[in-house]
Every structure is written in C-alpha cells, then in structure tokens.
Write a protein that binds this ligand. Structure first.
Ligand code: G1P
Length: 269
C-alpha cells in the first residue's frame, strides 16, 4: 500500500534554544532562510507524501500560522494538537484520527537529512514487507546513550543495509548498549503501531515512549530497518543548528560561493 501521509511531531518546548524559543518554536528557527520544519515537509513530498500532519502544542501558535500557508498543489499540511508534553509516543498517538487506517511516516524535525533517499528506502522496505521500518545509523560507542539503540540481524556492513530488528533499548548506558546502531528520526509505520502505543505504560517521567512501541513490534519480529550512512544534520542543539546552517548554506547555488570565500578570508587572516 502506498505511503502518502507524514506526521511531524513539533510540540516540544525547545528549552535548549532559550531565549529564542520564548517567541519562536525551534522548528521555525531558520536554516539560513528556511525553517527546519519546511525542510522536513519538502522531504515528505519528495518521498511521495501528499498529506503532512504537524503535531503541535497550543502554546506554539506560530506553528499554526506557518502551517496555514504551507499547503501547495502537491501537499496538504495541517495541525493536530498534543495538549500535554507526554512524550514522543503520545505525540504520534495524537495523530491517530488524522492518519486514519493507512500507513504513515514519522519524521522528527530535529534531524535534517541531506536528501529524501533514506525515507524513500524505508517506504520501499515497508511496501515490500508490510512491516514497520525505521532509519538506523552506526555511531561511535560514546554516542549510543543519546539515542534509541537496536540489536539487529542481517547487517551486511554495506552503505544501505536492510536489517531485521531483534531488540530496542532507549538511551542505554554503555553497559546496557546492545550494539553501535541507533535510531535516527525517520520511521514508516503500519497503522497497527497505534494499538501498540495504546499498550505502552508511561515511563518514570510519565512519558509514553515511542521506543516502547518499537520494542513490542521487534518482539513480534514485525520491525525492520535500514542502516544508512546518509548525511544528517542534528538541529536539536544550538551547535548542531549552527553547523547545519553553515553546511547547507555552503551547498546553495545562490550564496555557497560568497560564503565560502568569506570563510576562507576570515580563517586565513
Ligand atoms: C528520540 C527517540 C530516540 C531516537 C532519537 C533520534 O529521542 O526517543 O529513540 O534515537 O529521537 O533523534 P530524542 O532525541 O527526542 O530524545
């Protein structure tokens, strides 16, 4: 079944970006002149979606204002609300009615990908298997504890390796880590994930973790992934955002060359 809907969770408080996020949600902070949210909407369109649902909070009216003018002839963009900060799994669950009974993509706007290739591959893997499919990446052992961590079968070591996921652990300590492979923010879900989310018990901080639903799918051998070496910008921290702005601006036809010349001049002094 074709995957035509993307869900973008964008209800977080953005505390790492204070004071900017007192007035501007982090998803609207510009990568040069384009909000991170728009990059993710464009990636959804490139991956074949014509419906984008942004999960936001009523405390972030600028997201609604942005979405009000974001629909085009290619895509319809709308919002649903997460009324309390109860975690990523809860945010995805808030999109249930809007998604309906079709498969859908979840795209975390804290991560901007170099292109839509990984999301397209995840959609193709879902369409071939009917099983939910998530983006994965190998990282240095010290970084594993910042992510969802997976144990996999079938890893070829190739640049784009399809794997079966056997186990999922959220942000493990180094002793608990099950591999050096982590979850990056692209997921293609069969709609059955909503039933799994219904069964997730709140964690110690009262959040419904998406990873707990992934662990249930993995226990039933209903979760695949692609270990990818796609270019990825982590825009969830101020330093990551700054790097994304510089790297993405350097690649632009209009300003890449003058920016490069200015940086060279600055550092050659
Ligand atoms: C979330 C997920 C985590 C995943 C990460 C990817 O964590 O819970 O499993 O690896 O996104 O960016 P967060 O970054 O929201 O803490």
């Amino acid at each position: 079944m074709a995957v035509r809907t993307a869900v973008i969770p964008a209800a977080g408080m953005g505390t790492r970006f204070l004071p900017a996020t007192r007035a501007t949600p982090k998803e609207l902070l510009p990568i040069y002149d384009t909000p991170a949210l728009q990059f993710v909407i464009d990636e959804a369109i490139a991956a074949g979606c014509d419906q984008v649902i942004v999960v936001t909070s009523r405390t972030k009216p600028s997201i609604e204002n942005y979405v009000a003018t974001a629909s085009t002839d290619k895509v319809s963009v709308s919002v649903v609300y997460q009324d309390a900060p109860l975690g990523l799994g809860h945010a995805v669950g808030c999109a249930r009615q809007a998604v309906g009974k079709d498969p859908f993509i979840v795209m975390l706007p804290d991560e901007i990908m170099g292109d839509a290739s990984l999301t397209k591959q995840l959609v193709a893997q879902f369409e071939a298997t009917g099983k939910s499919s998530i983006g994965l990446k190998r990282v240095a052992p010290a970084e594993v504890s910042s992510y969802g961590n997976v144990k996999v079968a079938g890893y070829s070591g190739g640049a784009e390796s399809s794997v079966e996921i056997l186990q999922v652990v959220e942000k493990p300590s180094s002793a608990e880590a099950v591999s050096d492979i982590v979850i990056i923010g692209r997921y293609v879900f069969a709609p059955t994930v909503f039933d799994k989310l219904d069964q997730v018990k709140p964690s110690a901080n009262s959040e419904i973790q998406l990873t707990d639903a992934l662990a249930m799918l993995a226990a039933e051998r209903s979760l695949n992934g692609i270990v990818s070496d796609i270019t990825r910008y982590d825009t969830g921290t101020p330093m990551g955002l700054l790097r994304a702005v510089i790297e993405i601006a350097l690649q632009r036809k209009d300003i890449g060359a003058p920016l490069n010349a200015w940086l060279k001049e600055k550092f050659n002094k």
